[in-house]
Design a binder for this molecule. Structure first.
Ligand code: CA
Length: 222
């Protein structure tokens, strides 16, 4: 479990960080909004522990920014304030849980574990790459915010690419996944369908194609 701890109080920060490391949780400790922003820009976390009162701003402001940017990690608000307002505001802004100081380390750990468990059980329903977006529930695809109509096969092919971004997919892998076939002679179907996707998902004045050919092997979603 990788944790981002955003807390300016030295004692609380040390207490939480030490406790988390004792149970083998990698912990990055940010002491200000600025440090927290840098940490999020730099790495991926399974869960964020977020204090509200920070020296250079407010934790709720950070939360708003992250949710706007679609930060996926669950957030637990750590608040010294007893006002119900802050808790409600935090939950409305997309926090997943909160804990009021003072708290026991055991309770914090139990809640973090439960958040991560709950969160990892959720299957991603929206796949994104650059300005390309595929919504599995709505069965919709858009490029730069514009809806693109795809056939079932094209949709399945795009989904496969989006699940494996920046990885070379061989013609055989694609053929097996999309057509459930293993015959070499069928793999030119792959070229035909990739060409269809390319033409439907072309941007004006595009220099780098979305689907790159890897000679003699297959394709890669750039
Ligand atoms: Ca504080």
């Amino acid at each position: 479990m990788k944790i981002l701890l955003v807390e300016d109080d030295r004692k609380i920060g040390q207490f939480v960080k030490k406790g988390l490391e004792e149970v083998s949780c990698g912990t990055t400790w940010a002491r200000s909004c600025q440090e927290a922003r840098a940490a999020v820009a730099d790495g991926q976390f399974d869960v964020v522990v977020l204090d509200i009162g920070l020296p250079d701003g407010n934790g709720l402001q950070l939360l708003t920014e992250w949710r706007d940017k679609k930060l996926a990690a669950p957030v637990l608000i750590l608040s010294a304030r007893h006002e119900v307002d802050d808790k409600i505001a935090g939950l409305n802004l997309g926090a997943d849980d909160y804990l009021t100081k003072p708290f026991s380390f055991g309770e914090l750990l139990a809640r973090l574990r439960s958040l991560v468990r709950r969160h990892s059980g959720q299957k991603k329903t929206v796949l994104e790459r650059r300005d390309l977006r595929l919504d599995l529930l709505a069965h919709e695809v858009s490029l730069a915010g514009k809806r693109v109509e795809l056939t079932q096969r094209e949709f399945a092919l795009l989904e496969f690419f989006l699940q494996n971004p920046a990885r070379v997919l061989t013609r055989t892998q694609i053929a097996e996944k999309i057509w459930d076939c293993h015959f070499d002679m069928e793999t030119n179907l792959v070229d035909v369908y990739v060409a269809k996707l390319r033409s439907k998902l072309r941007r004006n004045g595009e220099t780098e194609p979305l689907f790159q050919s890897v000679r003699g092997v297959g394709y890669k979603l750039a």
